[in-house]
Design a protein around this ligand. Sequence first.
Ligand SMILES: [Zn+2]
Length: 241
Amino acid sequence: MSRYFCHEFPEVLTFETRVVDARPGAVVLEQTPFHPGGGGQLADRGILRWNGGEATVTGLEMIAGRLWHLLATPVEASDTVQAVVDPAFRTMMTELHTGTHILNALVYQQFQGALVTGAQLNDDGTARMDFDLPDADNDRLRALEPEINDVIRQDLPLRYAYVPEGDALAERGLIRNRSVAPPPAPDGTVRVVEIVGLDRQACGGTHLASTGASRPVRILKIDNKGRHNRRIRIGLVGPGE
Ligand SMILES: [Zn+2]
């Protein structure tokens, strides 16, 4: 994962920048506030505005290390554009993503280092996480709900570090996904997200500045999806911003 602008400046959602490549209905920007998605997080939504026009960004596509912003209409944008990320959507992704880290941390700590086999955030304020949990009791997993909300109430700060890939692979539990390790940045480092006092893991997503900014989380459903796959669905409770 490269060092995204949205990693360095997560609060900047509107940004004036230059089109560096274009085809009808798609542009590459010099800098972009859009998160491209990945690791279960959905790509940002939003719009591009320019002198005399605007277009909805319908998707983002990484081709040969360059992020193409796909537009709803086959317009040709050039020169300077204003890139605007949908703030409500980003906030919800960020909140949900932070919630999945809290769940993931508690499962890892209380179920013998169980690893993640999959994750998907949804645009309706819910998310699912799959864990390799062959012997866990579903009632014990359901009992994590008040613990998740306790972590939210404790308002633990999040912080970031970039560690060399070799060190990341060597630190037990830092790569939490059983199948997918986040790709290193061009400088060979991996981004590590820490919920201070709770958890440290490699991740390229967006997260809240501290857990207390999250709405409460509910565990909606737990499914057994084969012997090695337990699927936990969570949802944010209450209206968003
Ligand atoms: Zn994350």
